[in-house]
Design a protein around this ligand. Structure first.
Ligand code: PGA
Ligand code: ZN
Length: 411
């Protein structure tokens, strides 16, 4: 099995921004395809998506295309080495993380087709020969603001739900769909002028402060006939780096500011009052020590690093040493290539850091992350609830279920 051709083009993501799509062709027969996603609230230490611009990254890839011809696409490390022969920086600041993403995922996609092996099994084999596959719980964004929506919406980026009482993946997905609808009704009750506007990830984006927002989600869960926390729990992505203006977290939309200590207490109060199961980036991306405090206060809550870790092995190592988190977001494009992400996942799993595989706010309609979540033993898949580019990932879980009937993981 050998790569016989590679094609690449500029395409567009769910926000209508330029992105890169790559086709990897093997044995002149099988085509693997992937398009890179992109974030709005990106971490400072992520791989650089496009160092100059999309056009330059594309032409650099095409002028180096021969480096990929003849390689075995099922070997993630071989593709990684070829990328490194073009760009040996640790954050893909020459060719761009978006290229590393699209080439490496398209290669794995093509190999999975040629081998008639689902992508999760192909990647799972590379990762400690993993064969104990389970479905992650879908972590659904139902209400939000921050960098994903406009003025008047909550300062906090994402209010999320986890169908913790679901019996199987279909039940879990249906729970999220039902609550997403119920959140709209609960907002309508409070604001008769609500336009049904949604943010970049399909979450409702009402004029509302953080406290009203979380109450609305709690109400929607109860109104849908679920037992709060037993059937469905709430999580929050604070995306705190977007709020942090040293030395304060600025909650501009609610006209409040909090220093580091007040932020820790604010997050702690929300965790306690709403029995949160999940808190992502509750403090800013350099605050390893404040994360440590929250992790030790709440060992049973997913205290999750996204911008803190940026799917980067070195930052994960520091977080493990300093006990800064007990869960990690995995976004392949933050790391760059699939192989970088596989190494990160291996380290996380060996150190009992629970993985949450995640979409980006600017997405493609690809479904690969559904497979990546299963392959990496992720506890949750953060992929939104509605919107074609979100549903693409969720429907892929349904297809996998049809063939493999995997159980849900344990949280
Ligand atoms: P992003 O947001 O894709 O805009 O970075 C998602 C997140 O912060 O988790
Ligand atoms: Zn985040």
């Amino acid at each position: 099995m050998k790569i016989t051709d590679l094609k690449a083009r500029i395409c567009y993501n769910s926000r209508g921004e330029k992105s890169i799509e790559v086709d990897v062709i093997i044995d002149d027969k099988y085509i693997g395809r992937a398009a890179s996603p992109s974030g709005a609230s990106t971490g400072k230490h992520e791989a650089v998506s496009f160092p100059k611009n999309v056009e330059d990254s594309l032409s650099l890839l095409l002028s180096n295309k021969n480096r990929f011809i003849g390689l075995d696409p099922s070997k993630e490390d071989t593709i990684y080495q070829a990328l490194k022969s073009i760009d040996n920086t640790d954050n893909y600041s020459i060719i761009g993380g978006s290229i590393a993403y699209a080439v490496s995922i398209a290669a794995a996609d093509s190999a999975s087709k040629a081998l008639s092996l689902p992508l999760f099994q192909l990647i799972g084999k590379s990762l400690n020969n993993n064969t104990d596959y389970k479905f992650p719980y879908p972590l659904g964004n139902v209400l939000g603001g921050g960098a994903h929506a406009g003025p008047g919406t909550p300062d906090i980026q994402e209010f999320l739900i986890v169908p913790v009482g679901a019996r199987n993946i279909r039940d879990a997905l249906e729970t999220n769909f039902r609550i997403h609808k119920a959140v709209r009704e609960a907002i309508k009750k409070r604001d008769k002028d609500f336009t049904f506007g949604r943010g970049d990830e399909g979450a409702w984006a009402p004029k509302m402060n953080n406290e009203e927002a979380i109450k609305v989600v709690e109400e929607a869960i109860k109104d849908s006939g679920y037992v709060f926390r037993k059937d469905v729990a709430i999580g929050i992505d604070f995306a705190s780096s977007s709020l942090w203006k040293d030395p304060f977290y600025i909650y501009a939309r609610s006209d409040k500011k909090r220093d580091r200590r007040e932020q820790i207490e604010y997050v702690s109060a929300l965790i306690r009052d709403y029995k949160l199961i999940y808190a992502e980036d509750p403090v800013h991306e350099e605050a390893f020590d404040d994360m440590r405090e929250l992790t030790s206060r709440f060992p049973d809550v997913y205290i999750t690093g996204d911008d803190l870790l940026v799917t980067n092995k070195e930052r994960l190592r520091r977080a493990i040493e300093e006990k800064s988190c007990n869960a990690a977001i995995l976004k392949v494009n933050q790391a760059g290539s699939l192989y970088d992400a596989i190494l990160f996942a291996g380290d996380a799993n060996r150190n009992n850091i629970r993985i949450v595989t995640s979409h980006r706010s600017g997405e493609s309609i690809d479904a690969h992350i559904a497979h990546i979540a299963i392959a990496t033993n992720s506890k949750m898949l953060k992929a939104g609830v509605v919107g074609g580019e979100r549903i693409a990932k969720l429907n892929e879980l349904i297809r996998i279920n049809e063939e493999y009937a995997l159980p849900l993981t344990s949280l």
